[in-house]
Design a protein around this ligand. Structure first.
Ligand code: FMN
Length: 357
Protein backbone atom coordinates (compact mmCIF):
# COMPACT_ATOMS: atom_id res chain seq x y z
CA UNK A 1 0.00 0.00 0.00
CA UNK A 2 1.53 3.27 -1.10
CA UNK A 3 1.00 6.76 0.22
CA UNK A 4 -0.85 7.50 -3.00
CA UNK A 5 -3.37 4.67 -2.69
CA UNK A 6 -3.84 5.08 1.08
CA UNK A 7 -4.06 8.85 1.41
CA UNK A 8 -3.89 10.84 -1.79
CA UNK A 9 -6.20 8.76 -3.98
CA UNK A 10 -9.12 8.61 -1.49
CA UNK A 11 -8.77 12.35 -0.95
CA UNK A 12 -8.66 13.16 -4.66
CA UNK A 13 -11.49 10.76 -5.50
CA UNK A 14 -13.73 12.22 -2.79
CA UNK A 15 -13.09 15.86 -3.46
CA UNK A 16 -12.72 16.21 -7.22
CA UNK A 17 -14.87 15.56 -10.21
CA UNK A 18 -13.04 13.00 -12.42
CA UNK A 19 -12.99 15.15 -15.53
CA UNK A 20 -11.85 18.24 -13.63
CA UNK A 21 -9.01 16.26 -12.07
CA UNK A 22 -8.03 14.95 -15.49
CA UNK A 23 -7.94 18.47 -16.91
CA UNK A 24 -5.79 19.64 -13.99
CA UNK A 25 -3.31 16.79 -14.48
CA UNK A 26 -3.09 17.47 -18.23
CA UNK A 27 -2.51 21.19 -17.60
CA UNK A 28 0.16 20.34 -15.02
CA UNK A 29 1.89 17.95 -17.42
CA UNK A 30 1.76 20.49 -20.21
CA UNK A 31 3.35 23.15 -17.98
CA UNK A 32 6.02 20.75 -16.65
CA UNK A 33 6.88 19.84 -20.23
CA UNK A 34 7.94 23.42 -20.89
CA UNK A 35 10.67 23.27 -18.22
CA UNK A 36 13.46 20.89 -19.22
CA UNK A 37 15.22 21.81 -16.00
CA UNK A 38 12.82 19.46 -14.13
CA UNK A 39 13.41 16.47 -16.42
CA UNK A 40 16.43 14.99 -14.58
CA UNK A 41 14.61 15.05 -11.24
CA UNK A 42 11.54 13.37 -12.77
CA UNK A 43 13.73 10.79 -14.50
CA UNK A 44 15.46 9.93 -11.24
CA UNK A 45 12.10 9.40 -9.57
CA UNK A 46 9.99 7.69 -12.23
CA UNK A 47 12.09 5.96 -14.87
CA UNK A 48 13.80 2.60 -14.88
CA UNK A 49 16.70 2.41 -17.31
CA UNK A 50 17.79 -1.15 -17.95
CA UNK A 51 18.94 -2.77 -21.19
CA UNK A 52 16.90 -5.89 -20.35
CA UNK A 53 13.73 -3.84 -20.85
CA UNK A 54 14.80 -2.19 -24.08
CA UNK A 55 13.33 -3.40 -27.37
CA UNK A 56 13.86 -2.51 -31.01
CA UNK A 57 10.51 -2.96 -32.72
CA UNK A 58 9.72 -1.74 -36.25
CA UNK A 59 13.12 -0.01 -36.12
CA UNK A 60 12.02 2.10 -33.14
CA UNK A 61 13.70 1.93 -29.75
CA UNK A 62 11.28 1.35 -26.87
CA UNK A 63 13.32 1.88 -23.67
CA UNK A 64 10.64 0.15 -21.58
CA UNK A 65 7.50 -1.83 -22.41
CA UNK A 66 4.73 0.11 -20.61
CA UNK A 67 3.23 3.03 -22.52
CA UNK A 68 0.50 5.56 -21.91
CA UNK A 69 -2.77 4.38 -23.50
CA UNK A 70 -4.87 6.51 -25.84
CA UNK A 71 -7.49 8.75 -24.32
CA UNK A 72 -5.44 10.37 -21.59
CA UNK A 73 -3.59 12.88 -23.78
CA UNK A 74 -6.17 13.34 -26.53
CA UNK A 75 -4.80 16.67 -27.75
CA UNK A 76 -1.04 16.12 -27.47
CA UNK A 77 -0.62 18.43 -24.48
CA UNK A 78 1.95 16.39 -22.56
CA UNK A 79 4.15 14.99 -25.32
CA UNK A 80 7.35 16.40 -23.80
CA UNK A 81 6.75 14.85 -20.40
CA UNK A 82 5.56 11.24 -20.76
CA UNK A 83 9.07 9.79 -21.05
CA UNK A 84 10.06 11.59 -17.84
CA UNK A 85 7.15 9.98 -15.97
CA UNK A 86 8.58 6.55 -16.75
CA UNK A 87 6.60 5.51 -19.83
CA UNK A 88 8.42 3.65 -22.60
CA UNK A 89 6.15 5.14 -25.27
CA UNK A 90 3.00 7.25 -25.45
CA UNK A 91 -0.06 7.28 -27.64
CA UNK A 92 -1.99 10.50 -28.15
CA UNK A 93 -5.61 10.77 -29.33
CA UNK A 94 -8.03 9.61 -30.38
CA UNK A 95 -7.77 12.49 -32.83
CA UNK A 96 -10.56 12.99 -35.35
CA UNK A 97 -10.55 14.95 -38.60
CA UNK A 98 -13.00 17.52 -37.20
CA UNK A 99 -12.61 18.97 -33.72
CA UNK A 100 -15.62 17.97 -31.61
CA UNK A 101 -16.91 18.52 -28.07
CA UNK A 102 -17.81 14.90 -27.28
CA UNK A 103 -20.83 13.85 -25.25
CA UNK A 104 -22.44 16.08 -22.62
CA UNK A 105 -21.08 15.69 -19.07
CA UNK A 106 -21.17 13.86 -16.77
CA UNK A 107 -19.37 11.33 -18.96
CA UNK A 108 -16.60 9.90 -16.78
CA UNK A 109 -17.35 7.77 -13.70
CA UNK A 110 -15.06 6.14 -11.15
CA UNK A 111 -16.02 2.76 -9.69
CA UNK A 112 -13.50 2.39 -6.83
CA UNK A 113 -15.02 -0.83 -5.45
CA UNK A 114 -14.43 -2.41 -8.88
CA UNK A 115 -11.08 -0.68 -9.61
CA UNK A 116 -12.72 0.53 -12.79
CA UNK A 117 -13.87 3.53 -14.79
CA UNK A 118 -16.82 4.00 -17.13
CA UNK A 119 -16.44 6.67 -19.78
CA UNK A 120 -18.59 7.94 -22.60
CA UNK A 121 -16.38 10.87 -23.57
CA UNK A 122 -17.22 10.50 -27.28
CA UNK A 123 -13.85 11.50 -28.80
CA UNK A 124 -13.78 15.04 -27.42
CA UNK A 125 -10.71 16.51 -29.12
CA UNK A 126 -9.42 19.58 -30.93
CA UNK A 127 -9.23 17.89 -34.33
CA UNK A 128 -6.28 16.93 -36.54
CA UNK A 129 -5.37 20.47 -37.67
CA UNK A 130 -5.04 21.86 -34.14
CA UNK A 131 -3.24 18.77 -32.81
CA UNK A 132 -0.75 18.98 -35.68
CA UNK A 133 0.01 22.59 -34.70
CA UNK A 134 0.63 21.56 -31.10
CA UNK A 135 3.00 18.80 -32.18
CA UNK A 136 5.21 21.24 -34.06
CA UNK A 137 6.38 22.66 -30.74
CA UNK A 138 6.98 19.43 -28.83
CA UNK A 139 9.52 16.64 -28.86
CA UNK A 140 8.98 13.14 -27.53
CA UNK A 141 12.02 11.31 -26.18
CA UNK A 142 10.14 8.02 -26.61
CA UNK A 143 8.21 6.57 -29.57
CA UNK A 144 5.00 8.52 -30.13
CA UNK A 145 1.86 6.80 -31.38
CA UNK A 146 -1.07 8.69 -32.84
CA UNK A 147 -4.49 7.13 -32.44
CA UNK A 148 -7.04 8.09 -35.09
CA UNK A 149 -10.81 8.07 -34.62
CA UNK A 150 -13.73 8.85 -36.89
CA UNK A 151 -15.47 12.23 -36.57
CA UNK A 152 -19.03 11.95 -35.29
CA UNK A 153 -20.46 13.96 -38.19
CA UNK A 154 -18.83 11.77 -40.84
CA UNK A 155 -21.08 8.98 -42.15
CA UNK A 156 -19.66 5.45 -41.93
CA UNK A 157 -19.34 5.25 -45.75
CA UNK A 158 -16.95 8.21 -45.68
CA UNK A 159 -14.85 6.85 -42.81
CA UNK A 160 -11.80 6.02 -45.02
CA UNK A 161 -11.46 9.67 -46.16
CA UNK A 162 -11.97 10.90 -42.60
CA UNK A 163 -9.17 8.67 -41.22
CA UNK A 164 -6.94 9.52 -44.20
CA UNK A 165 -7.26 13.25 -43.61
CA UNK A 166 -6.02 12.94 -40.02
CA UNK A 167 -3.36 10.41 -41.01
CA UNK A 168 -1.86 12.70 -43.64
CA UNK A 169 -2.12 15.80 -41.45
CA UNK A 170 -0.32 14.11 -38.54
CA UNK A 171 1.93 11.82 -40.55
CA UNK A 172 5.25 13.52 -39.94
CA UNK A 173 4.73 13.63 -36.16
CA UNK A 174 3.90 10.00 -35.35
CA UNK A 175 6.23 7.03 -35.05
CA UNK A 176 3.26 4.68 -35.37
CA UNK A 177 -0.45 5.12 -36.06
CA UNK A 178 -3.55 3.37 -34.78
CA UNK A 179 -6.90 2.93 -36.48
CA UNK A 180 -9.37 3.04 -33.63
CA UNK A 181 -12.59 1.31 -34.62
CA UNK A 182 -13.45 0.04 -31.17
CA UNK A 183 -14.60 2.90 -28.93
CA UNK A 184 -18.19 2.36 -27.84
CA UNK A 185 -19.02 6.05 -27.63
CA UNK A 186 -19.29 7.13 -31.27
CA UNK A 187 -22.52 5.78 -32.75
CA UNK A 188 -21.79 3.06 -35.31
CA UNK A 189 -18.00 3.22 -34.92
CA UNK A 190 -17.61 -0.39 -33.90
CA UNK A 191 -19.41 -1.48 -37.08
CA UNK A 192 -16.16 -0.49 -38.77
CA UNK A 193 -14.66 -3.65 -37.25
CA UNK A 194 -16.69 -5.47 -39.88
CA UNK A 195 -14.08 -6.67 -42.39
CA UNK A 196 -15.73 -5.16 -45.45
CA UNK A 197 -15.66 -1.68 -43.94
CA UNK A 198 -12.28 -2.19 -42.32
CA UNK A 199 -10.73 -3.30 -45.57
CA UNK A 200 -11.65 0.03 -47.19
CA UNK A 201 -9.98 1.91 -44.34
CA UNK A 202 -6.80 -0.20 -44.37
CA UNK A 203 -6.57 0.08 -48.15
CA UNK A 204 -6.99 3.87 -48.12
CA UNK A 205 -4.47 4.41 -45.30
CA UNK A 206 -1.82 2.07 -46.68
CA UNK A 207 -2.12 3.79 -50.08
CA UNK A 208 -0.94 7.08 -48.56
CA UNK A 209 1.50 5.51 -46.09
CA UNK A 210 4.49 6.63 -48.14
CA UNK A 211 7.20 5.93 -45.55
CA UNK A 212 5.51 2.66 -44.50
CA UNK A 213 5.10 3.80 -40.92
CA UNK A 214 3.74 1.11 -38.58
CA UNK A 215 -0.05 1.06 -38.74
CA UNK A 216 -2.01 -0.82 -36.08
CA UNK A 217 -5.67 -1.52 -35.43
CA UNK A 218 -7.25 -1.29 -31.97
CA UNK A 219 -10.03 -3.75 -31.24
CA UNK A 220 -12.80 -4.17 -28.68
CA UNK A 221 -12.80 -6.93 -26.07
CA UNK A 222 -16.43 -7.60 -26.99
CA UNK A 223 -15.68 -9.02 -30.45
CA UNK A 224 -16.66 -12.66 -30.93
CA UNK A 225 -13.72 -15.01 -31.49
CA UNK A 226 -14.54 -15.46 -35.19
CA UNK A 227 -14.55 -11.69 -35.66
CA UNK A 228 -11.17 -11.35 -33.96
CA UNK A 229 -9.78 -13.91 -36.41
CA UNK A 230 -11.29 -12.05 -39.35
CA UNK A 231 -9.85 -8.68 -38.27
CA UNK A 232 -6.43 -10.16 -37.57
CA UNK A 233 -6.32 -11.98 -40.92
CA UNK A 234 -7.26 -8.76 -42.68
CA UNK A 235 -4.62 -6.82 -40.76
CA UNK A 236 -1.99 -9.32 -41.89
CA UNK A 237 -3.09 -9.24 -45.50
CA UNK A 238 -2.85 -5.43 -45.57
CA UNK A 239 0.60 -5.42 -44.02
CA UNK A 240 -0.43 -3.87 -40.72
CA UNK A 241 2.27 -3.74 -38.07
CA UNK A 242 0.19 -4.87 -35.13
CA UNK A 243 -2.98 -5.00 -33.08
CA UNK A 244 -3.85 -3.17 -29.87
CA UNK A 245 -5.91 -5.38 -27.59
CA UNK A 246 -8.10 -4.06 -26.15
CA UNK A 247 -10.31 -1.02 -25.88
CA UNK A 248 -13.00 -0.66 -23.16
CA UNK A 249 -15.92 -3.09 -22.90
CA UNK A 250 -19.66 -2.53 -23.09
CA UNK A 251 -20.07 -5.54 -20.76
CA UNK A 252 -20.98 -5.03 -17.10
CA UNK A 253 -20.59 -8.55 -15.69
CA UNK A 254 -19.59 -8.93 -12.07
CA UNK A 255 -19.61 -5.24 -11.15
CA UNK A 256 -20.14 -4.47 -7.47
CA UNK A 257 -21.20 -0.89 -8.16
CA UNK A 258 -24.84 -1.43 -9.09
CA UNK A 259 -25.56 2.27 -9.68
CA UNK A 260 -22.76 2.70 -12.18
CA UNK A 261 -23.87 -0.43 -14.04
CA UNK A 262 -26.65 1.60 -15.62
CA UNK A 263 -24.29 4.25 -17.03
CA UNK A 264 -23.71 3.93 -20.77
CA UNK A 265 -20.13 3.87 -22.00
CA UNK A 266 -16.95 1.82 -22.02
CA UNK A 267 -15.78 0.02 -18.90
CA UNK A 268 -12.03 -0.12 -18.23
CA UNK A 269 -9.69 -1.28 -15.48
CA UNK A 270 -9.74 -4.52 -13.49
CA UNK A 271 -13.01 -5.89 -15.02
CA UNK A 272 -11.52 -5.90 -18.53
CA UNK A 273 -8.17 -7.44 -17.50
CA UNK A 274 -8.91 -11.10 -18.11
CA UNK A 275 -10.78 -10.73 -21.38
CA UNK A 276 -8.10 -8.48 -22.80
CA UNK A 277 -5.46 -11.09 -21.94
CA UNK A 278 -7.59 -13.79 -23.61
CA UNK A 279 -7.85 -11.67 -26.76
CA UNK A 280 -4.07 -11.19 -26.78
CA UNK A 281 -3.54 -14.95 -26.47
CA UNK A 282 -5.99 -15.62 -29.25
CA UNK A 283 -4.29 -13.15 -31.61
CA UNK A 284 -0.85 -14.51 -30.79
CA UNK A 285 -1.97 -18.07 -31.54
CA UNK A 286 -3.76 -17.08 -34.73
CA UNK A 287 -0.78 -15.17 -36.11
CA UNK A 288 1.89 -17.50 -34.66
CA UNK A 289 3.51 -14.48 -33.12
CA UNK A 290 4.02 -12.72 -36.45
CA UNK A 291 1.84 -9.68 -35.70
CA UNK A 292 3.02 -7.46 -32.90
CA UNK A 293 0.52 -7.04 -30.07
CA UNK A 294 0.17 -4.10 -27.68
CA UNK A 295 -1.66 -5.39 -24.61
CA UNK A 296 -3.91 -3.03 -22.66
CA UNK A 297 -6.69 -3.51 -20.13
CA UNK A 298 -6.51 -3.66 -16.36
CA UNK A 299 -2.75 -3.48 -15.82
CA UNK A 300 -2.31 -2.49 -12.16
CA UNK A 301 0.50 -4.79 -10.96
CA UNK A 302 3.65 -6.39 -12.41
CA UNK A 303 1.88 -9.77 -12.48
CA UNK A 304 -0.81 -8.30 -14.78
CA UNK A 305 1.91 -7.02 -17.10
CA UNK A 306 3.68 -10.38 -17.05
CA UNK A 307 0.47 -12.27 -17.90
CA UNK A 308 -0.21 -10.08 -20.93
CA UNK A 309 3.34 -10.49 -22.20
CA UNK A 310 3.30 -14.23 -21.58
CA UNK A 311 0.05 -14.35 -23.59
CA UNK A 312 1.84 -12.68 -26.49
CA UNK A 313 2.03 -8.90 -26.02
CA UNK A 314 5.37 -7.27 -26.86
CA UNK A 315 4.32 -3.88 -25.52
CA UNK A 316 1.78 -2.78 -22.90
CA UNK A 317 -0.31 0.27 -22.15
CA UNK A 318 -2.18 1.60 -19.15
CA UNK A 319 -4.82 4.19 -18.43
CA UNK A 320 -7.09 3.15 -15.55
CA UNK A 321 -4.31 1.46 -13.57
CA UNK A 322 -2.33 4.69 -13.66
CA UNK A 323 -5.28 6.54 -12.13
CA UNK A 324 -5.75 3.96 -9.40
CA UNK A 325 -2.14 3.12 -8.58
CA UNK A 326 -0.72 6.60 -9.11
CA UNK A 327 2.15 8.18 -11.03
CA UNK A 328 4.62 5.58 -9.83
CA UNK A 329 2.92 2.81 -11.79
CA UNK A 330 5.38 2.69 -14.72
CA UNK A 331 8.29 2.53 -12.27
CA UNK A 332 6.62 -0.24 -10.23
CA UNK A 333 5.68 -2.28 -13.30
CA UNK A 334 9.14 -2.04 -14.85
CA UNK A 335 10.93 -2.87 -11.58
CA UNK A 336 8.46 -5.67 -10.92
CA UNK A 337 8.98 -7.16 -14.38
CA UNK A 338 12.75 -7.16 -13.80
CA UNK A 339 12.24 -8.96 -10.48
CA UNK A 340 9.98 -11.57 -12.07
CA UNK A 341 12.51 -12.05 -14.88
CA UNK A 342 15.30 -12.61 -12.36
CA UNK A 343 13.18 -15.19 -10.52
CA UNK A 344 12.60 -17.03 -13.80
CA UNK A 345 16.20 -16.71 -14.95
CA UNK A 346 15.30 -14.60 -18.03
CA UNK A 347 17.90 -12.29 -19.51
CA UNK A 348 15.66 -10.12 -21.66
CA UNK A 349 12.03 -9.03 -21.67
CA UNK A 350 11.43 -10.53 -25.10
CA UNK A 351 11.82 -14.00 -23.56
CA UNK A 352 8.50 -13.50 -21.74
CA UNK A 353 6.51 -12.87 -24.92
CA UNK A 354 4.26 -15.81 -25.78
CA UNK A 355 5.85 -18.21 -23.29
CA UNK A 356 2.46 -19.33 -21.93
CA UNK A 357 0.96 -19.97 -25.33
C1 FMN B 1 -11.52 8.13 -19.93
C2 FMN B 1 -11.01 7.22 -21.00
C3 FMN B 1 -10.92 7.71 -22.31
C4 FMN B 1 -10.45 6.88 -23.33
N1 FMN B 1 -10.33 7.39 -24.58
C5 FMN B 1 -9.83 6.60 -25.58
C6 FMN B 1 -9.63 7.11 -26.88
O1 FMN B 1 -9.88 8.29 -27.16
N2 FMN B 1 -9.14 6.28 -27.83
C7 FMN B 1 -8.83 4.97 -27.57
O2 FMN B 1 -8.38 4.26 -28.46
N3 FMN B 1 -8.99 4.47 -26.32
C8 FMN B 1 -9.47 5.24 -25.34
N4 FMN B 1 -9.62 4.73 -24.07
C9 FMN B 1 -9.33 3.29 -23.85
C10 FMN B 1 -7.94 3.05 -23.26
O3 FMN B 1 -6.93 3.47 -24.15
C11 FMN B 1 -7.74 1.55 -22.94
O4 FMN B 1 -7.79 0.82 -24.16
C12 FMN B 1 -8.79 0.98 -22.02
O5 FMN B 1 -9.16 1.93 -21.04
C13 FMN B 1 -8.31 -0.29 -21.29
O6 FMN B 1 -7.14 -0.03 -20.55
P1 FMN B 1 -7.12 0.32 -18.98
O7 FMN B 1 -7.89 -0.76 -18.28
O8 FMN B 1 -5.67 0.36 -18.62
O9 FMN B 1 -7.77 1.64 -18.84
C14 FMN B 1 -10.09 5.54 -23.03
C15 FMN B 1 -10.19 5.06 -21.72
C16 FMN B 1 -10.64 5.88 -20.71
C17 FMN B 1 -10.73 5.33 -19.31
Amino acid sequence: MSLYSQVLRPLLFQTTDPEKLHRTVITGCSILGKFPVVYPALDAYFTVTDSRLRQNLWGLIFPAPLGLAAGFDKNADGVNIWSHLGFGFAEIGSVTRHGQPGNPPPRLFRLPEDEAVINRMGFNNDGADVVAQKLVHQQSAIPLGINLGKSKITPLEEAPEDYCYSFEKLYSFGDYFVVNVSSPNTPGLRELQNVTRLEEIFKALQAVNSAQKPLLVKIAPDLADADIDAVVDLAQSYGLAGVIATNTTIGREGLKNIRAKAEAGGLSGAPVRQRSTEVIRKIYRRTEGKLLIIGVGGIFHPQDAWEKMAAGASLLQTYTGWIYEGPHLPYLIHRGLLNLMEQQGLKHLSEIVGRDV
